[in-house]
Design a binder for this molecule. Structure first.
Ligand SMILES: *Cc1c(COP(=O)(O)O)cnc(C)c1O
Ligand code: SF4
Length: 327
């Protein structure tokens, strides 16, 4: 057991804004219909430091729009499901998804520091799928028994909401499986709670016997302030490969100028754009969706403006496919 006093980032995690009235009043905005109802299906959760990057008095702020529950979410739209990727069918042991060749996805926790309204996991049955320490034996046995697995991906919930102690326990066991070469971490924390990148986390990464890849998730250049840039530089100096994934969101980043600036800003912070995801058709997120033609057009325009390495791959996920599908 870790009995030391919580670190700054852990305190920030217990001090998230979860009350819609508080968020609106901090931003000097009026209450709007449906917020409370929408927050009941998927609660509001946002770090204070992230809210500080929002513009006061602007109900359409691109950061606010990512987290504010809206009555619109309650509209049932045909074609939008609770489990759009049918992940419950590729779940051989609790906490592990094996969908693509050579890679397994592991969820260590159901917790996130932020609740993104468009998240495809907003209805995911995490409580049934959280291995807990006791479930780790099964999980490692599964990985051990399949020599084709060369990469383990820690994914959402957000794996960096877990303590350094637990991360280290996990990676130590993982390193003993000789066919596993890489540990990939999908996390939004460097963007939404950069204080998570502590000296002790960096030490863990530096000492890791596996090649480390961190895939962050930023959707708008306004998310990347000085603290975020500093955190990303620290990761890079710890020899971590840094990539970003973005979700294409109507009303938030569906303009070439915004996407181009996002790529440039990420690169300046040492991060390469990896994926631009078309929205997964999850119930409650239909108002963020764009016609696929518009997505293609934006991607083409982006490719005409930027060097190739700054153009993320436009992808969507289709249930049953062996990789993400290039759009
Ligand atoms: C996206 C994803 C991966 C990783 O895919 P890459 O194309 O290697 O980034 C692995 N497993 C699942 C279930 C995924 O959704
Ligand atoms: S899993 Fe990622 S996208 Fe989903 S709510 Fe958590 S941080 Fe946001």
């Amino acid at each position: 057991m870790n009995t030391t006093k919580p670190e700054k980032w852990q305190q920030a995690l217990t001090d998230l804004i979860t009350c819609p009235e508080e968020l609106l009043s901090l931003l000097e905005l009026d209450q709007s219909a449906g917020i409370i109802e929408a927050a009941k299906t998927f609660p509001l959760k946002v770090p204070r430091g992230y809210v500080n990057r929002m513009q006061k008095g602007n109900p359409n702020d691109p950061l606010l729009r990512q987290v504010l529950p809206l009555g619109l979410e309650l509209t049932i739209v045909p074609g939008y499901d609770k489990d759009p990727l049918q992940e419950s069918q590729v779940n051989p042991v609790p906490g592990l998804l094996h969908k693509y060749h050579g890679r397994v996805l592991v969820t260590l926790t159901s917790a996130c520091a932020i609740h993104c309204r468009f998240c495809f996991r907003r209805h995911f049955p995490y409580h049934d799928n959280n291995p807990g320490l006791r479930g780790w034996d099964n999980l490692f046995a599964y990985i051990q028994n399949d020599p084709s697995i060369s990469e383990v991906i820690l994914s959402g919930g957000d794996p960096l909401t877990v303590s350094d102690h637990l991360l280290k326990l996990f990676s130590t066991s993982l390193s003993s499986i000789s066919h596993v070469k890489r540990l990939r971490i999908h996390t939004r924390l460097p963007i939404v709670l950069p204080e998570r990148i502590t000296a002790s986390l960096l030490t863990w990464l530096r000492e890791l016997e596996l090649e480390a890849i961190v895939v962050v998730h930023a959707n708008h250049p306004q998310e990347i302030n000085e603290e975020v840039r500093d955190a990303l530089f620290l990761l890079r100096n710890a020899s971590v490969h840094l990539l970003n994934q973005t979700v294409l969101l109507k009303g938030i980043n569906d303009e070439v100028s915004i996407l181009a600036l996002l790529s440039e800003t990420l690169f300046d912070a040492g991060v390469l754009p990896y994926y631009l995801h078309v929205l997964d058709k999850v119930e409650g997120a239909a108002h963020f969706d764009l016609p696929i033609e518009r997505a293609r057009e934006l991607h083409r325009a982006l490719a005409h403006r930027l060097p190739g390495y700054l153009v993320p791959r436009l992808v969507c996920e289709e249930a049953g496919e062996l990789a993400k599908t290039l759009v």
